[in-house]
Design a binder for this molecule. Structure first.
Ligand code: FPP
Length: 236
């Protein structure tokens, strides 16, 4: 491993983009790209664990992705369900699993499985792996604001108790630190409503490599770049 341990990011966010184009380039259906993307997800999660990254979040399905053709949505859901069925193996790995986003649109089996895995792994502390499913950054903030409004309404807190750390703690990522490295393969240079609050001070790493081709070597390149940037958090 080439990156210096001392300057590893604490939380990496991955926007898994380019699955469709990867498949189209090979004359395959887009769903084949998602299947290969799911393999890349496993590969990169394992590698992050191996090199000692403590928190990773993958953008798997956005609040806007429901607009895709039904066949494609179903294929992504079935890849996700396959992962949920085998995810308990992560228990052996001392990895805490969490799912970010509103779970209510998913079918009961999927919802129960997500809740079960979160509960079963809640005390594992070597790494936290978050999968953003039906996630949107703005929706995350609205969800936090609603929870705060509820606390104020019940008299549990007053207006003066509302600060950045309270808003952060009530986001879906409430138990995770801020993102310090955000990686977007697939050639686009935008955040697409992913972890917008949590990435306020993140370093961004963009590459034209498509997500299914994203390898541990590509991650090493991103880590090298991260460790070479000077991070001043608005100071001098
Ligand atoms: C974006 O690429 C990718 C998605 C919307 C789906 C990502 C889903 C998976 C990798 C599989 C399921 C998840 C897990 C955690 C097992 P795109 O389709 O927008 O690519 P394009 O820009 O090339 O069309």
């Amino acid at each position: 491993m080439s990156a210096d341990k001392n300057i590893l990011p604490v939380h990496i966010g991955f926007i898994m983009d380019g699955n469709g184009r990867w498949a189209e380039k090979k004359g395959l259906p887009r769903t084949a790209g998602h299947a290969e993307g799911a393999r890349a997800f496993r590969r990169i999660a394992r590698y992050c664990k191996k090199i000692g990254i403590k928190n990773i979040t993958f953008y798997a399905f956005s609040t806007e992705n429901w607009k895709r053709p039904r066949e494609e949505v179903n294929a992504i859901m079935s890849l996700f369900m396959q992962y949920l069925d085998e995810a308990e193996d992560f228990a052996k790995d001392n990895t805490r699993l969490i799912f970010l986003g509103d779970k209510s649109p998913f079918d009961a089996k999927m919802r129960e499985r997500m809740v079960y895995l979160e509960k079963a792994s809640e005390n594992f502390d070597e790494m936290t792996l978050a999968v953003a499913m039906n996630y949107g950054g703005r929706d995350d903030i609205v969800h936090s604001v609603k929870r705060i409004a509820g606390l104020v309404k019940n008299g549990d807190i007053s207006l003066s108790d509302i600060d950045e750390s309270l808003v952060s703690s009530l986001l879906y990522t409430g138990t995770m630190p801020d993102v310090d490295l955000l990686i977007r393969p697939g050639g686009e240079k935008r955040i697409s409503n992913f972890l917008i609050w949590q990435s306020s001070y993140a370093e961004f790493y963009f590459t034209d490599v498509l997500w299914p081709d994203f390898s541990s070597g590509e991650l090493d390149k991103a880590l090298k770049e991260f460790s070479s940037r000077s991070r001043r958090f608005g100071g001098v």
